[in-house]
Design a protein around this ligand. Structure first.
Ligand SMILES: [Zn+2]
Length: 272
């Protein structure tokens, strides 16, 4: 699925300022969500904005989602209230007409509740820009209250990654693995389906835009975005989803581990 993802607000047009800064913290959650969604086989379209007005950042988000024909738009926020005792999570949808979105939203609320956040439930609102200006099913995830003492305590305990995990698991219906490398298997619909060990990866601290294609044996640097597109198109035609893409850093050189593992000679040969 192609997901338009927006970490609410812009560094130049902040959201709520509570005990913590909504915009800065939500951007951390966004950054954790992207590789989790990609590892689950989804494509993430960055719908963030650096605009310096509310209208500008709202339009940037939905325009990017619409222009990229995203299949779902997800806008991440933190709530705010005058009282430090207001706490909890809620998810807004445009209306209750989409059973799949209802289920995802309910699941997100349930997952937050399991971590102690009061469940404020799924709500419907046709007035919110993110919900009415997006041309695909959309949700606004109000993760927690940045003004709430108990919520912020829970946030600090879980960290942005913990919050990202709850949202991603709610959206995908799958458990997010904590393993750093998540290579995927083709849908197990028929007996004898084989594991596909191919992926894209980037080494973000060396060159965040340089994409490598790992064909199961060797990594190939790509020189043009269309090269990635054609490889992904073929993969998608065969597998029904995008090729997984991993973001690694040279400090934890998983690409080296991967290459070493596939190049090592087999040690045991099983004879029949
Ligand atoms: Zn907000």
């Amino acid at each position: 699925m192609k997901i338009g993802l927006r970490g609410g607000h812009s560094p130049n047009c902040k959201g709520a300022m509570g005990i913590i800064d909504e915009q800065a913290e939500v951007r951390k959650i966004y950054n954790e969500m992207v590789p989790m969604l990609q590892a689950a086989g989804h494509t993430v379209i960055d719908c963030n904005s650096n605009a310096n007005s509310v209208v500008g950042e709202l339009n940037d988000g939905t325009n990017k989602a619409n222009a990229n024909n995203c299949e779902m738009f997800v806008s991440i926020h933190m709530n705010a209230a005058g009282s430090p005792d207001a706490n909890g999570s809620e998810v807004f949808l445009y209306n209750n007409g989409n059973a799949v979105m209802n289920q995802r939203a309910t699941s997100i609320c349930d997952k937050f509740a399991q971590k102690g956040f009061p469940n404020r439930g799924v709500k419907f609102n046709t007035a919110y820009h993110d919900l009415n200006a997006s041309s695909m099913p959309a949700m606004i995830v109000e993760t927690l209250f940045c003004t709430g003492i108990a919520d912020v305590d829970r946030y600090r305990a879980l960290g942005p990654k913990g919050i990202a995990t709850l949202i991603v698991e709610g959206i995908t219906g799958k458990v997010v693995s904590s393993a750093p490398v998540q290579l995927q298997q083709t849908p197990d619909s028929k007996k004898g389906s084989t594991a596909t060990m191919v992926c894209f990866y980037r080494v973000t601290d060396l060159d965040k835009d340089k994409v490598y294609y790992f064909d199961g044996f060797t990594a190939h640097p790509l020189n043009h975005p269309d090269e990635k597109k054609v490889l992904n198109d073929i993969y998608k035609a065969n597998n029904g989803k995008d090729m997984p893409e991993f973001l690694w850093t040279s400090k934890a050189p998983w690409f080296t581990r991967l290459q070493n593992a596939v190049e090592r000679k087999p040690q045991f040969v099983i004879k029949k």
